[in-house]
Each structure stands twice: as structure tokens, then as C-alpha cells.
Design a binder for this molecule. Sequence first.
Ligand SMILES: [Zn+2]
Length: 300
Amino acid sequence: MNRYFLIIVSVILLAVASFSAVGFAAKTNSPLYTAENAPTFANNEVGFEETTEHPDEAEVSEKSPIPNPIQTITSFISGSSRWARWWMDFTDEERKYYESQKRAPGPARVGIQAGHWKNSEVPDELSGLKRNGGGASGGGKVEVDVVLEIAKKVKTLLEAKGVVVDLLPATLPVDYVTDAFVSIHADGSTSSNVSGFKIASPQRDFSGKSVDLVKDLYESYGKVTNLDQDKNITRRMSGYYAFNWRRYDHALSPLTPAAIVETGFLTSATDRKIIVSNQNLAAEGIANGILRFLADNELL
Ligand SMILES: [Zn+2]
């Protein structure tokens, strides 16, 4: 058994070593965030938010990478190896750059994004977003209209506590830095029986705080709205385009704590009672979670 065992172990070790070498090359070659030059390892992970039942939510149109043989090979290997991305840490230059992007001094500042808002005005790098228009629909309502109202209410609640709020459309400022970012969406399903809310952090949390933000939001949103949790977090949520700072200019700084909230299903009568008919509760659930997060981080 020993000989075969050794052969298998050697093959595995070799494979790991070559992945590491290639990954290192990809890291050291990776330029700072121009959409054109961004390495393509995340391409097949990225969607524009999502839900279980919305295969039509657009993915971005692919740009061909620079025709550099090494980059092509590393992109292929990295892109096809999902786990490979987990150890793609900051390069030194990335870390230096993002750590230098400090927010202006002053009171706590939060970005609230109304999902799909002004989708028709996105820059070229996000043109794939135009295809999903106003997002999900149900009960005679379109997602963008519903979540914009909720987002405005969240803004009012936070401002009452002295927080500065940027109400953001689909297009974020370049390398957006803030104390917390929350993107607000609503779901849709082909079945009116599917219901519940769900919240996700970026797939890789470089800020180290997104998980806390998500936890605070889960607790407060569930408590205030009494809606059930939908456990089906999709990769289109954790791979939300706004989290993909390596690919897009108009994205969050990786150091911004971030969450995407699917407030409930527009196609569910139960959920509509909150997200359409009782938006104050939905807004309160989100605002309370954010306030808790800011307080825990001594920003309030
Ligand atoms: Zn949406």
C-alpha cells in the first residue's frame, strides 16, 4: 500500500505546489483595479445579485483579458478552481492602496443602496445590469420601486441618530469607502409559497467585519419584521458585483464592511405584508441592525 500511497501523496503535493506558484504569479501580476486589466479569476463567480428563481438576473458581459499567455493560463486555472480564490489575499500594493483610502473624519457614515435603482445609467463596465431592469416583480410591484422606498426610510431613521447616509443607485462611487454598506433588494419566485428574507456578506470578507454586520442585520430584521429566514443564499449574493473590487472600478473598497439584504419575496403575500404594506418595519429592521453594528464598532 505504501508505494501507491506515496505516489498519490506526491501527486497531490505537486498539484498544490503548482497551484500556489501560479496563484502567486497571478497576485504579483495583478494590477490595481482597472476594469480592463482586472484578472479574470472571479468572472464565473459574479452575478448581479440574486435569488433562487432568477436565472435571468444578468451577469456582466465578459471582456477578454489582455492576451498575455501567462495571464491567460493563470486566469483559466484560477477561474476554474473555486477554492483557489480563497487564498488570493491582498497584494502589498493593493493593501497599501486601500489602507490609504481613509474616509473623511466626522460622524459615522453609511451607504444604503437601493437595488437596481438607475440601472439604465450604469457605466460600461456594469452594462450587464441594464438587462435586469427593475429586478424582481410580484403582486403588481417592481423590486426597484419597493426597495427605493425602504432605502429612503432607512436613511431617515439613521439620520435621526446622527449618521450620515449616502443613498446610492446601482452605480457606486469608485472604490467606495464607508463605515458600512448595505444593499437592499427584494426577491421573486415562480412559487407564491416561497418566502423569507436572507442576508449575505461578500464571499471573501477583507474588512473582517462584514460577518458581524450580517449577524446584526439578521437579528434585528427578523425580530422587527417577524419574517422567516430563507436559507438559500446564492453565489450571486455573496458574489454581488458591488463587492467585486478586483473587477470593477465602481465597487466597494474591500475594507468597507458590506451586506446585501433580500428583504423578502414580492411573490409572497406574507412577505408583501411587510415589504410592500409595512415598509416602516422593514426599514426599522435594517436601520437597527446597522446602528447596532456601528455602536459595537464605537462609531456612534
Ligand atoms: Zn435585486
